[in-house]
Design a protein around this ligand. Sequence first.
Ligand SMILES: Cc1cc2nc3c(=O)[nH]c(=O)nc-3n(C[C@H](O)[C@H](O)[C@H](O)COP(=O)(O)OP(=O)(O)OC[C@H]3O[C@@H](n4cnc5c(N)ncnc54)[C@H](O)[C@@H]3O)c2cc1C
Length: 459
Amino acid sequence: MKTLDCLIIGGGFAGLQCAQRLHQAGLAVQVLEARERLGGRTRVAPLAGRTVDIGGQWIGAGHSELTALAQAAGAAIVPQYAEGARLLHLTSGHRDRVKRYRGLIPNANPLALLELDRAIRRLNRDSQSLSLDAPWQAAQASRWDHETLATWKQRHLRTRTGREIFDIAVRSVMTAEPGMLSRLGFLFYCASNNGFEALTSVEGGAQAATVGGGMVQLAEHLAAPLQAEHRVALNADVHRIVRTEHAWRVEDRQQRQWHAHRVVCALPPALQDRISVEPALPADRARLANRMPMGSVIKVVVAYATPFWREAGLSGEAVSHSLPFNTVFDASPREGATGALVGFIDGAPARHWSARPSEERRQAVLDSLVRYFGPQAAEPLDYVEHDWVTDPWSRGCYVGLMTPGLLTELGPALRTPWSGIHWAGTETATEFCGYIEGAIRSGQRAADEVLTALADRRR
Ligand SMILES: Cc1cc2nc3c(=O)[nH]c(=O)nc-3n(C[C@H](O)[C@H](O)[C@H](O)COP(=O)(O)OP(=O)(O)OC[C@H]3O[C@@H](n4cnc5c(N)ncnc54)[C@H](O)[C@@H]3O)c2cc1C
């Protein structure tokens, strides 16, 4: 059997970008993807006669590689609709009221706003002090890494309203509760993504624009030249990587085998332990698999006959501390008269609702929408959801979580190649970690490592 230059495990944006760069450089490559489709954590579904994203969706400000890819694929980049007021549902001090607001911060109790403003400025200041390549080297790294974001919140936010708004923001960005997250890990995530405000914003932020027709077409565009030469194998769930005398042998569960000089694992660390590596991986790299669990999210898109909330002066954006459907945006099509809302059940509520029957979950989502937007929300045209919590090839989403102690104890293992195995995937990104942009950049970095290593070998 021919020994390839490089095998890439994972057909998400990271793996495909890596494979495309190596293929363009003239290397013999093969992508091995466990699912029957490409795109990984991006996924589309039909809804009321059109295609909508039920995985990764937005192109954020500064996502230059993803923007270039969308342009190269000839896809329409559509600014996120954000005209009108936003809605905030809190239980603290507001007796279960939905409040309208404009701008980034809601008009809540002044004391809460003051301390939130201070807390955000502190987060941004601390995050700017980190090096993106090695946040574990910061002077305060150990102290920050062994404190959860929940403990930090208790110290810096005293009002119940301030704490609830902070929880909403963290849950919507990380799909996890502050108690699971390292303060250092969150500071790094902010630094990697242009700061706390950018993560939670539409204009100038991580939710700036979407791709007409859905995100998966961009993964397919990346894959097209590889597929034309049969360089992508679907339904190839790799379970074993074995060192042979001159190369690596990679096996999938259908007992197919491939050989290559280099292997790129382009999957989240939480999925790495499904693959046995012989000889065993270094302890730090192996431990990432159980120290970096995925967040929890269920994504839902609901279609309506009209975008009725716009007539009421609302942007469609809504967040809540206690309603199950806790983060919502407008997802109406540009053409035609119909409307749509897209949103998430994030964090601990996602695990609760994942275990409930789908009819009950659908009702909980519609009840939340009625609470935000009124009785018209009870009568959708169509409904689609994807439960990422139980998806076997993601084990949760959006991203692997930086739990306390992870970065200072195991951080260097995220990217350090070992014995011809390289690591890609958004979790390994320094810039735009957690996002498609980070996945693409990590794929480029891993490809460059392989090119350098093989060039040295040929000299
Ligand atoms: C609901 C949701 C909303 C999101 N929203 C956004 C957003 O708006 N904007 C944004 O930029 N990002 C968003 N993200 C995050 C974004 O989708 C991810 O950061 C990105 O897609 C990760 O790409 P990746 O290539 O690193 O990993 P993945 O996409 O996870 O790719 C890894 C691939 O490896 C495969 N695999 C796993 N194990 C094996 C194995 N043993 N053998 C072979 N193949 C294997 C998987 O099937 C998968 O295809 C969202 C994610 C979700 C789920």
